[in-house]
Design a protein around this ligand. Structure first.
Ligand code: GLA
Length: 396
C-alpha cells in the first residue's frame, strides 16, 4: 500500500469516513547557498519527493482535531480556531497551531477540520520536515475556504509562524521551497525580492541525500548565534564602508576585502562565508545553464570548505560523510545541506554511479562511525498543493 492509501485508510479508521481533501507539502534539499537567506541573499534548493500529507474533512464547528499518525502511534491535538495558544507537550502541534493562528488572522472564514498527518520525511535531518508541516497545514486549511493565499504569501506566513509562534528564527528558504518548488528543477531564490528563477540541473547527474543520523536542533543556540553575528558584521561593515548596508547581501567581495582586517576575527569569517556563498550561488546557476556539472560540483565543495572553516557549521559526522562521498567514483560534489551541525549532506553524482554510491557511502559511514545512515537519491518535485485523488476508490 502506498503512503496515500495508507493515510486514507488510517483516516477512515480514526474518523469513520474517508477524508474530503488531502494536501501535500514536500521537504527540500538545498544544493547551494547556505546561511544566505536571512542575509537577504540567494539560495538554490529543490523541493524533494518526500513529503508531509494531511488528510481532512470539514467539521461543523471551529475546532481542529489533528492526529500525527507517525508520532508515537498517533498523538492527537485539539484546539479551537479562535483561541490558539501554545501546546506545552507536543512539539509538532505548535507548527500546526502557529500556522492556524496566523492564517485565522488573515482569513476569518476558516472552518474546523478533522485531520490526520503522515510523513515520510526524516525529522531533524535538515530536510525541512517542519517547514513541510507548516506549508501542508496552510494548504489543507485553505482547501476548505474560497480565498487562497499565493505561494510566496504562504511561505511568509509559515515563516512567521516558525519565527514567532514556535520561536525558531529561521529564514524563508525552507517554506519557500516547500510552497513553490518545481518538478524536475531547482529554484534560485532571491531572498530579498522573494522571487525565483528556475534552474535546470546539468544533465546526467542525480542529487543524492545522505543523512548522518546525528540530529540537529535548530532551536539550539548555534543558529541564533550565527544570525546575531551576521547582524553585527552587517552593522560594522556599514560603518567601515561608510555606506548603507541593510544586509550582507549589499557588500561585494571587493569591498569586503578592503575593510575585512578591521572586523573581529569571528565576524570577519561569518561575513566572508555569506558574501562568497552568494557569489557561488550565482556561479552555480551559470554552470547549470552551461550544463557544466563538474563546475557545479566544485562550487559545492568550496561551499563546504567555507561552511566548515568560516561558518563553523559542520560536524565530525558531516565531515566523515563528505570525505567518504568524495572518494566514490562519479561524485562531483558533496556538502552539508540546511543549517548544519548535524543532519544531512547533499551530493551530486553521475547517474550510472548512483546505486554503488548509495551502497558504499552507507556501508563505509557505518564502518567508520558505527551509525546507520540513510543514503538515497531524490527527485526535484512540485511544491505544495491539494492532491487530486479518487475518493471513491481511495486512489491517487
Ligand atoms: C535552516 C533554516 C533556513 C536556512 C538554512 C541555512 O534550514 O530554516 O532558513 O537559514 O538553515 O541555509
Amino acid at each position: 500500500m502506498d503512503t496515500l492509501e495508507k493515510l486514507v485508510s488510517k483516516f477512515q479508521e480514526r474518523y469513520g469516513t474517508p477524508p474530503e481533501k488531502i494536501a501535500r507539502a514536500p521537504g527540500r534539499v538545498n544544493l547551494i547557498g547556505e546561511h544566505t537567506d536571512y542575509n537577504e541573499g540567494f539560495v538554490m534548493p529543490i523541493a524533494i519527493d518526500r513529503d508531509v500529507l494531511i488528510a481532512a474533512r470539514a467539521r461543523p464547528d471551529n475546532q481542529v482535531h489533528i492526529t500525527a499518525l507517525d508520532v508515537q502511534d498517533g498523538q492527537t491535538d485539539v484546539f479551537a480556531l479562535d483561541d490558539i495558544s501554545h501546546h506545552h507537550e507536543y512539539r509538532w502541534a505548535n507548527y500546526v497551531r502557529g500556522v492556524a493562528f496566523y492564517l485565522s488572522q488573515y482569513e476569518t472564514k476558516l472552518v474546523g477540520i478533522d485531520a490526520a498527518i503522515s510523513s515520510n520525511l526524516p525529522s531533524g535531518a535538515g530536510l525541512s520536515s517542519s517547514a513541510a508541516l507548516e506549508v501542508c497545514t496552510a494548504t489543507i486549511l485553505q482547501a476548505f475556504t474560497p480565498r487562497r493565499l499565493g505561494g510566496v504569501a504562504v511561505a511568509q506566513l509559515c515563516q512567521k509562524a516558525e519565527n514567532n509562534f514556535v520561536g525558531v528564527k529561521s529564514g524563508i528558504m525552507d517554506q519557500y521551497a516547500s510552497a513553490l518548488g518545481e518538478r524536475g528543477a531547482a529554484i534560485k531564490i532571491d531572498c530579498r525580492a522573494l522571487t525565483y528563477e528556475t534552474v535546470n540541473l546539468p544533465r546526467g547527474v542525480t542529487v543524492v541525500v545522505a543523512d548522518t543520523n546525528k540530529k540537529r536542533h535548530l532551536a539550539g543556540s548555534d543558529y541564533n548565534t550565527r544570525r546575531m553575528e551576521c547582524e553585527n558584521a552587517t552593522m560594522l561593515l556599514g560603518q567601515l564602508l561608510g555606506k548603507r548596508v541593510p544586509a550582507l547581501r549589499d557588500v561585494s567581495y571587493k569591498e569586503f576585502k578592503i575593510v575585512a582586517k578591521h572586523l573581529p576575527e569571528n565576524l570577519m569569517r561569518r561575513a566572508r562565508h555569506v558574501i562568497t556563498e552568494n557569489d557561488r550561488v550565482q556561479k552555480a546557476a551559470r554552470a547549470a545553464a552551461r550544463n557544466d556539472a563538474a563546475k557545479f560540483g566544485t562550487l559545492m565543495a568550496q561551499s563546504q570548505t567555507s561552511l566548515r572553516e568560516d561558518y563553523e557549521a559542520s560536524s565530525p559526522e558531516l565531515d566523515t560523510m563528505i570525505d567518504i562521498a568524495r572518494s566514490q567514483p562519479g561524485c562531483l560534489g558533496s556538502r552539508l545541506t540546511g543549517a548544519g551541525w548535524g543532519g544531512a549532506t547533499v551530493n551530486l553524482v553521475h547517474n550510472e554511479n548512483v546505486q554503488d554510491f548509495c551502497k558504499n557511502v552507507a556501508r563505509e559511514y557505518q564502518e567508520r562511525t558505527g551509525i546507520e545512515a540513510w543514503v538515497s537519491p531524490v527527485q526535484a518535485s512540485q511544491g505544495a498543493g491539494v492532491v487530486v485523488w479518487n475518493q471513491r476508490e481511495g486512489k491517487a
